[in-house]
Ligand binder design. Structure first.
Ligand SMILES: CC(C)(COP(=O)(O)OP(=O)(O)OC[C@H]1O[C@@H](n2cnc3c(N)ncnc32)[C@H](O)[C@@H]1OP(=O)(O)O)[C@@H](O)C(=O)NCCC(=O)NCCS
Length: 264
């Protein structure tokens, strides 16, 4: 288990794409993170290990904190997921704990790494995706070939000047982008290329920027990918939290302009 990054875990809010994003954190195994709504418990497989149960519960506790930060009443809500038949199967969905209809649910994303779980929630039509890595991913030619498009990592070299290892920047942002898209690792990763734009200083010794998403051939049945993202990257030591929010202005352009080829 990696060392928890205490300063990073004190980040509670930021603005991304003009929207307020609320962050919640919880420690895996913390008894105060144990409570689950019945609809949440039902998502856990009977075969889930104690460590997976603790990780899942910490994610829901982090989600409650993030929802509270938006001014919502988390005790009345729960975080379920899109069903296996949906094109974005597995995407977390905020619902009413009593099973009633929730008008305009906030977008929410979850991540776990080491002993920490983090959630980000945002009001509005855009979808959000986040990914936390507490230690730098072990780079190898095989991993780089499986995870990145040809030449993609080179565009992340600039992050090193801001204290973020390029491979951590590229990997966490890709996972966050795949969560915005709602497909996770069902996408063919080398056919998804993220191209970060100009980097600006952001909160928590982090960065804010936009990124283009270039998508090549993918399996059938996936939802349409986002074309551009608002992004933030917060860091502490080797730990990095990447956040991505769909850039809706470009979704309109996509409707008019057709598909985007992957340029590698
Ligand atoms: C999304 C994914 C890449 C994250 O894996 P990871 O980086 O190892 O783990 P993280 O801790 O950062 O993120 C896990 C969280 O991602 C979220 N997630 C899972 N599928 C997701 C999707 N399709 N879209 C957005 N978020 C998703 C979940 O909230 C999950 O936490 P939970 O299971 O405790 O609720 C991985 O779960 C995946 O590829 N899923 C594929 C989608 C799928 O087939 N889902 C089937 C379930 S019905």
């Amino acid at each position: 288990m990696s060392a928890p990054p205490p300063t990073l875990a004190s980040a509670r809010s930021l603005t991304l794409g003009g929207r307020a994003v609320s962050l919640g954190w919880a420690r895996v195994g913390d008894p105060s993170a144990a409570g689950l709504a019945p609809a949440e418990s039902a998502l856990l497989s009977a075969r889930a290990t104690p460590s997976r149960r603790a990780q899942f519960a910490a994610g829901r506790a982090a989600a409650r904190e993030a929802l509270r930060g938006l001014g919502l009443v988390p005790e009345a809500l729960c975080v379920v997921r899109q069903p296996p038949t949906a094109s974005d199967a597995g995407r977390p969905v905020v619902a009413r704990a009593d099973g009633g209809h929730l008008e305009a649910p906030p977008s929410l994303s979850l991540t776990h790494s080491g002993s920490l779980a983090c959630a980000a929630a945002m009001i509005g039509a855009q979808t959000i995706g986040i990914d936390l890595e507490c230690v730098e991913p072990v780079g190898s030619p095989a991993f780089e070939q499986e995870a990145f498009a040809p030449g993609e990592l080179a565009d992340f070299a600039r992050f090193a000047a801001h204290g973020i290892a390029p491979i951590t920047a590229a990997w966490t942002l890709k996972e966050a982008a795949l969560k915005v898209w709602g497909v996770g690792l069902r996408a063919v990763l080398p056919a998804v290329r993220l191209v970060p734009g100009e980097l600006e200083r952001g909160p928590a010794r982090g960065l804010v920027f936009t990124a283009r998403v270039l998508v090549g051939a993918q399996p059938p049945g996936l939802p349409p990918p986002p074309l551009r993202l608002w992004c933030a990257m917060l860091r502490e030591g080797a730990a990095v939290l990447s956040l991505a929010v769909e850039h809706l202005a470009d979704a309109v352009t996509q409707d008019r302009g057709g598909s985007t080829p992957l340029r590698g």
